[in-house]
Design a protein around this ligand. Sequence first.
Ligand code: NIG
Ligand code: FE
Length: 412
Amino acid sequence: MTALLVKNIGILQTPAGSFPHGGKAQGENLKLRDAAILIENGVIREITDGGRLPQGSEEADTVVDAEGKLVTPGLVEGHTHMVFGGYRQHEIPMKLKGAGYLDILRAGGGILDTVRKTREAGFEELYGKTEGFLDEMMALGVTTCEAKSGYGLDFDTEVKMLQVLKKLNEEHPMDVVATFMGAHAVPDEYKDRPDDFIDMLCEEVMPYVKAQGLAEFADIFTEDSVFNYGQSKRYLERAKALGFGLKVHADEIEAIGGSQLAGEMGAVSCEHLISIDEKGLEALAKGGVTAMCLPATSFYLGADFAPARKMIELGIPVAAASDFNPGSCPSLNLQFVMNLACIKYKMLPEEVLTAVTVNPACAIGRGDRVGTLEKGKQGDLVIWDAPDMDMLCYRFGSNLALQVIKKGELVS
Ligand code: NIG
Ligand code: FE
């Protein structure tokens, strides 16, 4: 048995429970003062406050003194596209000259450019690059993350990307949850035949991915010039029948019914939602769908920000994630996402904490294990160079994660 004690915690702040927190519950956090936490064999055994130490503390192999700082659950990153070949810095001058995100994609660039580079990249190259991203994320306080395929758009490369994620989940301290996103764009070989492409994904790739246990969720880019409502529905129905949890990239640029579809199909989360309309909001609320909001993408695209306050008013659980990818958000800094959620979405620090812990944890099927600090959950936490959550939402551009603990081990 190994045990780790963190003592002298100024404030231990955490949401409670293993369910998506919407409405008023979004802003409900437990705040324990002068707290301590004992983690045994990777699992939280006891949390105390008021200067008391948990029973059995004297047997801890490692004692960490938090020196009066803030401790929260390890952050949960709910939406990334972190496996990719190359980068797309050459798009910067194009954008500055006025090209929009979809203009670049329609001209065969954007996602399709990354597809070419990802098809060319070997397994080891992608593994090493993604491993570096996981290290960087962990140093910033993330202890569990989601990652999507979708830069292969053919059988071999989609499977290669998912195998990279599977191996990293086994070998890296980060918990990695994979999503199959074969329907991320229409590849050149299916140009003008999007329906045939969807058929191929549904009949050839998806069943294999499921049978090999390579992904738990399926996602699709429902967007003007990408996949329409009908194609998205067909893809999601097949995914549902195969037993995948559902996610939808919707209303990133145009609202073409993706968020309604997410509600109708009982998706676990719906992502982006910059241009969501009343019908979409209603569908998410009715369907119990978590809104995965991606403010760093809005920032980087120079776009509007999703109406997160309105979502909270409607009782929709809000999560905030980076969307890390080589096009619309080349940053994996979830702390910056927290700053943006506060300043641009006008979310209170407590609501922000819920948005980067328990809500994304539930949206990636890990709500029973991570996202809160409670007895019996995984010992994943961050000691911050901050006295309280206000400070975390206020300082930006610096890494305030002092120490990151994953399953009771210091990892950063
Ligand atoms: O979530 N919108 C689609 N997918 C990503 C962008 C991918 C890319 O540009 O490479 C997103 O923003
Ligand atoms: Fe995305």
